[in-house]
Write a protein that binds this ligand. Structure first.
Ligand code: ZN
Length: 401
């Protein structure tokens, strides 16, 4: 849906929309079990919503494409993830609350290990702890560059954030990570002529960092990835006419929400903390993105039983959330993370939309195969979710006379 057209159709209302994203929700049956995690889990409350609502499976990016959480979330937020691409650097910066200015180039760095010839022997420097990372960042933060200001901050384990600030800097730079061990780090290479200056600035930083890290072990070099400037995108609250807030505990998700212009509410990590945050701010916004992370982590660890348990836990807490009386409830995942493959999958993701006005289908339980027969379809584009949610909140005007 074209944002300019949608923007003109959106009308104000006092309805409230809740978008509940269970990260990595979609699953697969296993060799031992002919049920997906969601199908196996006892979820009376989700089933009731599914029965009263309309169901389907969304396709996050494109058929057969396995998405990262960033693009998968953008898609649910209504942004075509192939058109709206953003570097990991910007997401990291927003996620750790770095005050990114217009024109800043952010990048995600890894501390790595190189041998005496300078070849990479460990791309993650043995996954050094975050405290060590902070110590090393401290060591590098006094580096002075001839043509730009420079900032560095630890993120997690071996990962850090760098930001370059100055006139005429651009994010179109290739990663310096050679992706494989036994190779030299790649030079920072401009992908368009405008970015030549940035390539020089980054090369100077890498040279100086290498000098300072000499003698450190195991982290004696840096690899730089995901260069980007903060993109100038249409903002979610303006496109959809919603005062929007995000309840998310993990940096990357806060980053994506902030990137599209949602207000990120301070919250603790547990589900109870997140629910308390939602309750506290319920009267202040008309759209809430509510993110539950741990279901995805269980899938990535290949832990079918834990994923089932976490889905059941969410289901148990659902009535407490629904007591707030949202007018529209969307429950979905950003992508599938089947425990069977211990990884993100390309498989479409179960989705339900509930409101007083949705055209109920025959689906009576929330699960992959049940959703295949739902009114939203077995593989609808995730970018349809927001317009459908708005319509159910009576927030879209008639198109044409
Ligand atoms: Zn995810």
């Amino acid at each position: 849906m074209d944002f300019d057209i949608l923007k003109n159709l959106v009308k104000p209302s006092d309805t409230k929309i809740l978008l509940l994203v269970m990260d990595g929700l979609g699953g697969l049956p296993t060799d031992a079990q002919d049920f997906t995690e969601l199908e196996y889990a006892k979820t009376p409350n989700l089933d009731k919503l599914a029965k009263e609502g309309i169901c389907g499976l969304h396709d996050p990016v494109a058929p057969g494409i396995t998405p990262g959480s960033g693009p998968a979330h953008l898609s649910i937020f209504g942004y075509d993830p192939l058109r709206y691409q953003v570097g990991r650097g910007v997401l990291s910066a927003l996620g750790i609350n770095f005050d990114l200015k217009d024109g800043d180039v952010a990048s995600r760095g890894n501390f790595c290990t190189v041998d005496s010839e300078g070849k990479v022997t460990d791309r993650r420097a043995g996954r050094i702890p975050t405290e060590k990372c902070a110590e090393l960042c401290d060591k590098l933060k006094d580096i002075k560059l001839s043509d730009a200001e420079f900032f560095i901050q630890p993120v997690k384990e071996y990962r850090f954030l760098t930001v370059f600030r100055g006139e005429g800097l651009f994010g179109e730079l290739a990663d310096t990570d050679p992706q494989k061990t036994g190779r030299l780090p790649l030079p920072p290479r401009a992908l368009k002529p405008d970015a030549e200056k940035t390539a020089k600035v980054v090369a100077e930083f890498i040279e100086k960092a290498k000098e300072k890290l000499k003698g450190e072990s195991p982290a004696n070099m840096v690899l730089m990835r995901g260069f980007s400037r903060r993109p100038d995108w249409p903002l979610f609250p303006e496109v959809f006419g919603l005062k929007a807030a995000a309840v998310a505990a993990y940096p990357m998700y806060k980053g994506v929400a902030k990137l599209v212009g949602m207000e990120v509410l301070g919250t603790g990590e547990s589900l109870d903390d997140e629910i308390a945050t939602l309750k506290k701010h319920w009267n202040d916004y008309d759209f809430f993105y509510f993110h539950v992370k741990k279901i995805d982590s269980a899938g990535e660890d290949g832990n079918y039983d834990l994923k089932v348990k976490l889905i059941e836990e969410l289901d148990e807490k659902l009535p407490e959330i629904l007591k707030l009386n949202p007018d529209v409830v969307v429950v979905t995942g950003d992508h599938s993370t089947p425990a069977y493959i211990s990884n993100h999958g390309w498989h479409p993701v179960p989705t339900l939309v509930w409101s007083k006005y949705c055209r109920r289908d025959r689906v009576a339980e929330f699960g992959e195969r049940a959703c295949m027969n739902g009114g939203l379809g077995p593989m609808f584009p995730a970018t349809n979710i927001m317009p459908i949610a708005l319509a159910n909140g009576l927030r879209i005007d008639k198109f044409g006379a």
